[in-house]
Design a protein around this ligand. Structure first.
Ligand SMILES: Cc1cc2nc3c(=O)[nH]c(=O)nc-3n(C[C@H](O)[C@H](O)[C@H](O)COP(=O)(O)OP(=O)(O)OC[C@H]3O[C@@H](n4cnc5c(N)ncnc54)[C@H](O)[C@@H]3O)c2cc1C
Length: 316
């Protein structure tokens, strides 16, 4: 029997979130039929944007769904799920998923797994999850007929774009008057440091940089290449950079096109969070550092000699 896995398509200003392809990849890792559920108003182009990554697009159309509110989106998705009974519904482990997933689980009486790094299927959805402030990874199985899970960004390979799937408009009634909260307005916040899990280029620094002041070199290279700064755990533990920059088993997983490891030894707890990067460049003065086993390009030299030269070259 075919196992249907749904993904909830996140979108804003009529643009599908780039993480949707990755969520479709997570769904493909455990299902043989992947459907994107799109809650939107009539005329939206989001369903067509989702179509190349999935086997089916299920559209719940209503003017009240144009902006996200958990209550109304849940009303639509729950109504559809009760009719079609997918094996699982996946959401990003991002603000949308953290808000909506518990509501879906409660209303569908379904088991919920959050912050999944990997999914498997063993008579039910199994998730490998970061727990205890990301210090441990637990393995849990959902025992209810429908499973809800949120997936960590950067942890799953994106589903490649293929032929556009069929787009079907689902007939689910949305009772706008039942909404407990309403979206009044949306204002764009000032753009700060880019998200590390979505960056195409990550420049990460380790303890080898020496101290907080010298660590500024990592940000300098990130600025020069248009990337985002990341770090190993000792750097975070010593307070040189905030915890949201930490890459590895107790931080976040990244999968950029280009990853720089500066003064990072390559401990397994760090490597699990970056080894899927497309191209890895390591600079470490110890030619025997384990990071070189994972690097596509390695420079066995002092970061304070190599990096300023690279920056000067980029800026010239
Ligand atoms: C439960 C648990 C969870 C963990 N989670 C994480 C995690 O999420 N992320 C993480 O990163 N770690 C994690 N760790 C820690 C991990 O085991 C390593 O200790 C850590 O990754 C090492 O960080 P580092 O490479 O920056 O430092 P080090 O291992 O000290 O390496 C520094 C490197 O810099 C090089 N170096 C020094 N000076 C220079 C220079 N001038 N130029 C070039 N190279 C130089 C050295 O040769 C060395 O290889 C975890 C550990 C445990 C037990």
């Amino acid at each position: 029997m075919s196992r249907s896995i749904w993904i909830v398509a996140e979108h804003q200003d009529d643009n599908l979130h780039t993480g949707a392809a990755e969520l479709a990849g997570a769904a493909r890792s455990v299902g043989d039929h992947v459907a994107a559920v799109v809650c939107c108003e009539a005329g939206s182009t989001v369903p067509a944007q989702a179509a190349p990554f999935v086997d089916q697009v299920l559209v719940i159309e209503n003017a009240a769904l144009s902006g996200y509110t958990a209550g109304l989106w849940a009303q639509g998705i729950v109504g559809l799920a009760k009719e079609s009974a997918p094996a699982a519904i996946l959401l990003p482990h991002a603000p949308l998923g953290r808000d909506l997933a518990p509501l879906l689980a409660a209303r569908l009486d379904a088991g919920l797994l959050t912050d999944c790094l990997e999914l498997q299927w063993e008579e039910g959805l199994v998730g490998l999850r970061s727990v205890h402030r990301r210090k441990l990874v637990s393995r849990e199985r959902v025992a209810t007929p429908i499973a809800i899970a949120t997936c960590q960004r950067g942890a799953f390979a994106a589903s490649p774009a293929g032929d556009a799937a069929a787009i079907e408009t689902a007939s689910v009634a949305i009772d706008d008057t039942a909404a407990r909260t309403r979206l009044l307005s949306m204002e764009r916040a000032e753009v700060g440091e880019g998200s590390i899990t979505e960056a195409e280029i990550v420049v990460a620094g380790g303890r080898g940089l020496g101290d907080a002041e010298k660590f500024a070199l990592v940000q300098e290279l990130a600025d020069a290449v248009g990337g985002v700064m990341g770090a190993s755990r000792p750097v975070v533990d010593q307070g040189w950079v905030p915890h949201d920059r930490q890459i590895g088993s107790s931080g976040v997983t990244v999968r950029p096109r280009l990853y720089f490891a500066l003064g990072i030894s390559g401990a397994v707890q760090h490597v699990v969070g970056m080894r899927e990067s497309d191209v890895i460049v390591a600079i470490n003065k110890d030619p025997k550092a384990p990071i070189f086993e994972y690097a596509h390009y390695g420079i066995a030299d002092d970061v304070f000699k190599v990096v300023p030269a690279v920056i000067a070259n980029l800026n010239s």
